[in-house]
Design a protein around this ligand. Structure first.
Ligand code: URA
Length: 210
C-alpha cells in the first residue's frame, strides 16, 4: 500500500513553509501484521527513500525480529514524512567550523501538515494493531494528554485523531487498537530503556493472539 501521488503532493505543499527536506513514503504489505508509526525520517531515510533505514532502523529491525516477524510483514510509517532539520556548527578534524544540518523533532505544525497522509494510511491499511514509537506518534493518534512514560506496553482501545475539512483534529467514529512503546532512537540516549522496550514487546506479542 502506498498513498496516492496527489495526497503526497499536497503533503509536500502543506509542509513547504517549514525547515524540512525530502519526502519518504510509508510502506508495507496489503495486510500487515501491524502498523508502526514513528516520528519523522532522518538524513539516511531521505537519502534512501525508505523509512527506518538508518541507525534507529537497525534497532527497530531487531525489535521486529524479537516479535517473530520480518520487515515485509509490517507497515512502517511516521507522523511526518520529511526530515525536520536545524542548522548547527560542526568542528572538522582540521579545527575548521562548518555549518551542517541536524535532525530535530517535528513541530506540531509540521505534524498537522502531514496529518492527512497518516489519516489515509490508518483508514486504508486497516492494520489489526497500531504500534506507536515514542511520544510523537502516540500523541498524534491517541491525544496530546497521553504520555509514553505512562502508557507504554499497554493496549489502548480507542478512537484516533484525524483531521477534518477545517484542518482541526477530530476523533474517529471507529476504535483502534493502539500499542505505545518507546522510539528505538531513545536507547541511544538512555540505554536502560532497552530492557523496558523488550518487556513491552513481550506484552505486544500477547496482543497478536487476542
Ligand atoms: N525515525 C522515524 O521516526 N522514522 C524514520 O524513518 C527514521 C527515524
Amino acid at each position: 500500500m502506498r498513498i496516492p501521488e496527489e495526497l503526497a503532493r499536497q503533503g509536500q505543499q502543506r509542509i513547504a513553509p517549514y525547515p524540512v527536506e525530502g519526502f519518504v513514503y510509508g510502506g508495507g504489505p496489503k495486510h500487515p501484521q501491524m502498523m508502526l508509526v514513528g516520528e519523522a525520517p532522518g538524513e539516511t531515510e531521505i537519502h534512501n527513500g525508505v523509512p527506518f533505514t538508518g541507525r534507529a532502523g537497525k534497532e527497530l529491525m531487531a525489535f521486529i525480529d524479537r516479535l517473530g516477524l520480518t520487515r515485509d510483514q509490517v507497515y512502517i510509517t511516521s507522523a511526518v514524512r520529511s526530515r525536520p532539520y536545524r542548522w548547527g556548527e560542526k568542528k572538522t578534524r582540521a579545527g575548521e567550523r562548518v555549518k551542517r544540518k541536524y535532525n530535530r523533532p517535528p513541530t506540531s505544525k509540521e505534524i498537522l501538515a502531514h496529518a492527512p497522509l497518516l489519516d489515509y494510511e490508518i483508514e486504508h491499511v486497516k492494520a489489526p494493531i497500531i504500534v506507536t514509537l515514542g511520544n510523537v506518534g502516540l500523541k498524534r493518534l491517541a491525544g496530546s494528554d497521553k504520555k509514553i512514560g505512562d502508557c507504554h506496553g499497554t493496549l489502548l482501545i480507542q478512537p484516533v485523531q484525524k483531521l477534518d475539512e477545517n484542518n482541526h483534529y477530530v476523533w474517529t467514529k471507529e476504535e483502534y487498537r493502539i500499542f505505545p512503546t518507546y522510539h528505538p532512537a531513545s536507547i541511544f540516549y538512555n540505554r536502560s530503556l532497552l530492557d523496558v522496550i523488550h518487556h513491552d514487546l513481550e506484552e505486544l506479542k500477547k496482543c497478536f493472539t487476542k
